[in-house]
Write a protein that binds this ligand. Sequence first.
Ligand code: 13P
Length: 256
Amino acid sequence: MNRRYRKTIIAGNWKMNKSPSEARELIDALKPLIAKAKWCEVVLCVPFVDIAIAQRLLKDSRITVGAQNMHHEPSGAYTGEVSAAMLKDIGVKYVILGHSERRAYCGETDALVNKKALLALQTGLRPIVCVGESLEQRDQELTLDVITLQVKAALAGVPVEKLRQVVFAYEPIWAIGTGRTATAEQAAEVGTSIRATIRKLYGARAARSVTIQYGGSMNPGNAVELLAQLDVDGGLIGGAALKAADFAAIIQAANQ
Ligand code: 13P
């Protein structure tokens, strides 16, 4: 983390978990545990149907509510989809884009993620853009090449004045939901490489303002070490975000 130049952001990605009534239980349990978190921004990226209740319950707290996806077109005949403007209208601030699960199961490509990122920024939402390599790519030592391509593609056409609104989440696919975490060195290496790519595109000043998270089996046991890395400015947390005590402990790690 480097709190001088950029925000530390701890975001929970609930994925397809928690109905509105279960969301209420989790948020009620979480709120008292994180009342004192001062140094980082906390975001809950909940299913669309939970957004309203989460916002209501978190109205008087420092926790922000985010979404997990949006459509790449502004509006129109896209049955079942949710637009950036709709999210903005209900007060959503962050939206996860290009999560590896959506890339794998919904065929999202780098070009599509770029389209979504541009639309999110234009609409006034902050995209959390996920990038990450497969185990095969890591074994073939292609990690940094793959991530560089994903970062460049996501940022195509993003003007420098909007760059600060973009958050990157480095999520190695092999570490997601597997209990197998990247080592702090691996997370730091990729974080630093992402920032170097941004620096080449936008210059040093702009690059140092971008928050780069790590995601993939982050938990209370490994959060302190991961977050101690210079280019690990927060976490995108799946499983551990569904347990109030674990998520609160990760937030505490970011506040040390
Ligand atoms: P886990 O923390 O469950 O590994 O999930 C990480 C993730 O995919 C967050 O977006």
